[in-house]
Each structure stands twice: as C-alpha cells, then as structure tokens.
Design a protein around this ligand. Sequence first.
Ligand SMILES: [Zn+2]
Length: 159
Amino acid sequence: MAPEKTAPATIRARLMELAELECLEPALVHRLDDTDLAACTGLGDEVLTAYLRALDAAAKMDAGMAPTGWTAARYCRLCGPVLLWPDCPPIVLACPWCFRRKAGRYVPRPLVQCADCVHFIRCERNPLGGGGDCSKGLGGHWPKQRHRCDGFEPVEDRP
Ligand SMILES: [Zn+2]
C-alpha cells in the first residue's frame, strides 16, 4: 500500500525537477492529478520532458499565446494564417489551433502582407508598389505592409 501512495509523489517530484531544467512553470506539474501521475509510471526522463513540453504548449495555446518556438507564419486551410513551428510546411490542411478556434478561443495571428494574398487587388497605375484593395473587403494596404488579417489566403501555384 505504501508504494502506491508514494509513487505519484515521486513522479511529481521528478516532473518538478525536469520542469525546472526546462524553465517551465511549476504549475504545469501542480495541476496534474494522481491519475495523470500514475500514467507517467515507468516513463524515462526524455518522455517525461516531452510530456511537460506538450503540457506547456497546450497551456499557452489555451491562453491565446503561441507555444515556445512557434514563430513561423503558416497557412492552415481551416484557420487561415497561424503561428506554427519552423519545420512545418507553408500550407497545412489542419493545425493544432483548429479546435481551439472552433471553440471560440483566441488565435494569435502572424503578420502577413497583401502582396502574397489572392484577395489583393493591385493598383492599376503602380501594381508593384501602389496601394491596393481587398476583394474580401478587409481594407486596402500597401503590397508589402505587414499587418494581421484573418482573411489572408496565400497565392500558390496550383497544378
Ligand atoms: Zn487550423
């Protein structure tokens, strides 16, 4: 009986040490209940660290912030422009923000520019540098003016 009571405390202590090494909030570990800790029984430090990083990423996304390292502007076909990890392809069919967006949560948007968007209507007199308009009615910008836009859709070469 004693080992069953001490095992979650032992795992919690190890998770606290790993969280400190990763500079992660101790609250991530404090929030775990005994069932969560029991599921960690027998896992190595590498897996536990990955678990803590995943918990940290989920907590940040729930708070409307991009997880650490998610600095790349990518396009999700369901969400529009989103921040994802740098190894991610430029266009994805779905993303980790999808279910949060559908649940009405805030999704931080990367900066985009109209010159890269299919909805940009270029100025006829100065197509490369003149101010343009938006076919979705989301406002006119300069082609290279970086701004946040939920309606951004990248120009892509389709076969
Ligand atoms: Zn998405």
